[in-house]
Design a protein around this ligand. Sequence first.
Ligand code: CA
Length: 281
Amino acid sequence: MKTPMVVLAALAAAVAALAAAKAPAPTPPDALPPAAADQAWRLLWHDEFDGTALDETKWEAPEQKRRDGWWTRKAVSLDGQGHLVIRTFKEGDRYYDGCVRTRGKFEHAFGYYVARIQLQKQPGHWSAFWMYHPSVGQVGHGGMDGTEIDIMEKPWIDDRVQHALHWDGYGKAHRSEGHVARVPGVMEGWHTYSLLWTPDEYVFYVDGKETWRTRGGGVCQVPLYLKLSDELQFGGWAGDVRQAALPDEFQVDYVRVYELVDAGTAKPVMKPRPLAEPPAK
Ligand SMILES: [Ca+2]
């Protein structure tokens, strides 16, 4: 029995190496966190936003009222130069913006999640790169059974970037943790926003530099889907969109998800921990 298993393992490793060699490395390359000697990062899912139409095998663009505006598919486009564009605009009496999400198409736990984004210019609305699943609404087990992970929220048109976690729903049991990082120059040009999510902790980065590390909520152990969204309000967190010179937009160069695998077998190494109640305060 021993020899075939060894042969199979070697074959699996060879196939994994071949697959890795065949897939062109995305550009620009990502500064991935260091992996252990016997482990490697594998690109699991990505969209480079090439072409002229949103890839609907990967994303859906919901249409609904959202805060003081409306999410519309008309706000979501590809520019033909490799970028997703999410616009904020006024038409008639209504303010519109957009959202894309991988609900039901790509849902995953753990790994390294990165998006390269050029932010909006105007006040009154906020861009965000985040992860969500309705399991966030489950009260109990802290955030282990579902956590909203806000990798980047940008309600301010200055150097501040927010990272945040929300769990146990959004009602009385709601809990959250957040951190505001200062990133000089973040409003200009392209920047990456990323998350290392392991079963034990979250590490947040801007431009590959660590900005926050936490175990908030006990760390989510279940899959979440990806969201890129804009939200607007008539006064509030980001200000008043009625004061903004519209249209405005933010752009996304790519979203990539890497998983940590065994360098020999190419099998994922990060496994969920059993759910537990958070310690009593
Ligand atoms: Ca919970």
